[in-house]
Design a protein around this ligand. Structure first.
Ligand code: ZN
Length: 216
């Protein structure tokens, strides 16, 4: 295992925020919310990036959302900023896979998003770099597909910065060791296709490289 890698894996749920970048809210014609839009992916949604990414034809079309992912290794309930900082173990990039058409239909009917956001394999998690005090308001990350940059995130552009976001969400959802927080996607979301070759980068570190294949 490479030295830059955090030796703790993500094993639990992912607490996610929608519309944390104004430019992304705009591209989907969503208003910028007053309060964070939160949802959860269960542990069964989690897959790694060590091998290829299986896309189920049954669930297609599936869209990508590249997001900074924050791994915690201490329980957090109603957490203070200091407690959040002390609990962060690693930083990675995740794909919040989304069945966009299903999500639009569910939204229109005012129904929950699980069928669009929480299905098996919907949380694609890169390896983590250890957290050692990096400035969480100045992180850049990137998704490239087939050699072209599709999404570039800068945590300085977040509507709810990482630490504030985690303080807020732990008022409702306790985070356990092994849980992750997906901190929202910048603009540039789109559909994934079989054969697409993806690269996830955090700062100067290439975290993962894998290809999409049709699920058997
Ligand atoms: Zn997302």
């Amino acid at each position: 295992m490479a030295k830059w890698r955090c030796n703790r894996p993500a094993t639990g749920k992912a607490v996610c925020i929608g519309r944390n970048y104004a430019e992304h809210a705009k591209e989907l014609n969503n208003p910028v919310p007053d309060e964070p839009v939160l949802f959860i992916k269960p542990a069964s949604a989690l897959v790694g990036t060590s091998s290829s990414l299986s896309l189920s034809q049954r669930l297609a079309p599936i869209h990508y959302e590249a997001e900074l992912s924050v791994l915690v290794d201490k329980p957090l309930t109603n957490a203070t900023p200091e407690a959040v900082i002390a609990a962060i173990a690693g930083l990675g990039v995740a794909l919040d896979l989304t069945r966009r058409e299903a999500q639009s239909a569910l939204k229109e009917k005012g129904l929950p998003w699980e069928l669009a956001k929480a299905f098996d394999g919907s949380c694609v998690q890169s390896p983590f770099v250890p957290f050692d005090g990096q400035d969480l308001t100045r992180l850049q990350y990137q998704l490239d597909i087939n050699g072209a940059t599709r999404q570039q995130g800068d945590t300085g552009m977040m509507l709810n910065p990482v630490v504030e976001l985690i303080c807020h969400l732990t008022q409702y959802f306790t985070l356990q060791p092994g849980d992750i927080v997906l901190t929202g996607t910048p603009k540039g979301v789109g559909q994934l296709y079989n054969g697409d070759a993806l690269t996830l980068t955090l700062g100067d570190t290439r975290l993962a490289q894998f290809s999409c294949v049709e699920a058997p």
